[in-house]
Design a protein. Structure first.
Length: 461
């Protein structure tokens, strides 16, 4: 038997635990294992004869062909599970365990404990090796995943560090393999192998994943991708999705959505119907859901784009259908109320929109977002409260926000305020003034609600 005496005793205790056993045959499985152990150390054919073993496991019952085989299969499954668990919880695998723990904390959105777990991993002392480099990739990947979910607007998402660790692992592992192969060539007199870095094109005909990655790279290299580029990539994803993992395809659809959002925010409204259709396709495929939940930012973005695409009825249906699936819940119905307010605003029902705009938000980012919607509604209503609200928003940005809001987000909101102030002071039918404001909007690299501001500036002509 491959098990040492220690393993035999531990596996016996394992079988007695009901944590890993859901079968009604639990007692028979333990009896089978005891019978096998009694055949030690020689495990002779006589002691392990099927009929003998059957009578030991099922005393007094008639032999049934196949019943013992099924029981043996169940025992092997539990033996495999025991071996995997023991290997996983071993001291040598401690780093992998801690990474899995950090991953669990991340998925549960427990930030403080997640960061403690990651910092503990990063501060541990470990000698350099290819295996250690692989561990460092996983640590960097966990940080990247957290940043991608929580700090999308404020950081590099930890991507440079992840790329660095990936390159380090790739170069070390490949060089080590090349060296081992060169030595083997000398020992076994093998044909010469050129240990070169293969070009990406060498693999593209064989890998749908690389084809998609290369296409993404080509699009992102362009300062302003065309509508045709976006449509081509969307079609490529549809074509290749059967050959790639579902979560990978979902990730590329996310890249596509983010790219379209950036283009729309820069004032290129021709991407609105494209992004709306991508959203609809993504919902049909389940690509916007993660473990049956949708991120709050995704929920809001789907609604805002649908409203811009004049698909308000669809947006309202979406709001209702997914309001209970928002990751982390929807405290005080904030996301639901804000989304409905966006729809009412898109329908020109500005007073009703103001009634639904939430007063409180869970973060400064969402607070800024709600106050901008409020300001736009007051502007559209030509309300006497507009100047007061605009001044209050400006003071919040200038006095309070510097302590808690990233510099780029602060700049985006201040530029929004400045342009809005110019709009309210501009007389109608002044084409020169309108053209001047439009130029200023286009010149601003960072500005919120660019497309709406441009629409209002054009209305002054």
């Amino acid at each position: 038997m491959a098990f040492e005496e220690e393993d035999q005793a531990e596996f016996k205790l394992f079988l007695e635990s009901r944590v890993f056993q859901k079968e009604a045959s639990t007692q028979e499985i333990r009896a089978l294992y005891e019978t096998i152990l009694l055949a030690a150390p020689d495990f002779s054919d006589e002691k392990l004869d099927k009929i003998v073993v059957f009578q030991s496991v099922f005393p007094g019952r008639a032999f049934v062909a196949g019943k013992l085989d099924k029981l043996m299969t169940d025992l092997k499954k539990l033996l495999r599970l025991y071996a995997l668990i023991k290997g996983y919880i071993s001291k040598e695998n401690e780093a992998e365990q801690n990474i899995a723990w950090a991953s669990w904390l991340r998925k549960k959105n427990l930030e403080e404990r997640f960061r403690l777990a990651v910092n503990k991993l990063k501060s541990r002392k470990a000698e350099e090796s290819v295996e250690e480099f692989a561990i460092r990739i996983k640590i960097a990947e966990e940080e990247c995943k957290w940043e991608s979910s929580h700090n999308y607007f404020f950081s590099d998402l930890g991507i440079p560090q992840l790329i660095y660790q990936l390159d380090l692992y790739y170069l070390a592992f490949k060089t080590d393999l090349s060296n081992r192969l060169l030595l083997q060539q000398k020992v076994a007199n093998l044909a010469t192998f050129e240990a070169r870095r293969n070009e990406q094109k060498d693999y593209e005909t064989k890998s749908s994943l690389l084809i998609m990655l290369e296409k993404i790279n080509q699009i992102l290299q362009k300062e302003t991708p065309s509508v045709a580029d976006i449509k081509e990539f969307a079609g490529l994803l549809e074509q290749k999705k059967e050959n790639a993992a579902t979560d990978v395809v979902g990730q590329y659809f996310t890249t596509l959505r983010n790219l379209c959002t950036l283009l729309i925010d820069s004032g290129k409204m021709e991407y609105v119907p494209i992004l709306h259709q991508i959203h609809r396709n993504s919902m049909a495929e389940g690509n916007l859901l993660h473990f049956g939940k949708i991120e709050a930012n995704s929920y809001l973005n789907v609604v805002q784009i649908a409203a811009r695409a004049k698909e308000v009825a669809w947006a309202k249906q979406f709001i209702e259908a997914y309001k209970a699936l928002i990751h982390g819940g929807d405290q005080d119905a904030f996301f639901y109320r804000y989304s409905m307010a966006c729809c009412l605003f898109a329908e020109g029902r500005f007073s009703e929109s103001l009634d639904l705009v939430p007063d409180e938000a869970s973060s400064n980012y969402y607070h800024l977002m709600t106050r901008r919607l409020e300001l736009k509604a007051y502007y559209e209503l030509n309300s006497e409260l507009f100047t007061y609200k605009l001044d209050a928003f400006r003071k919040f940005i200038e006095r309070t926000a510097p302590k808690s809001i990233a510099a780029n987000l602060r700049t985006m909101n201040l530029n929004f305020i400045h342009v809005l102030n110019q709009l309210i002071q501009s007389p109608p039918k002044d084409k020169d003034r309108a053209a001047k404001i439009l130029r200023r909007i286009k010149e601003k690299t960072l500005i919120c609600d660019r497309s709406w501001l441009m629409e209002k500036a054009n209305a002054l002509k």
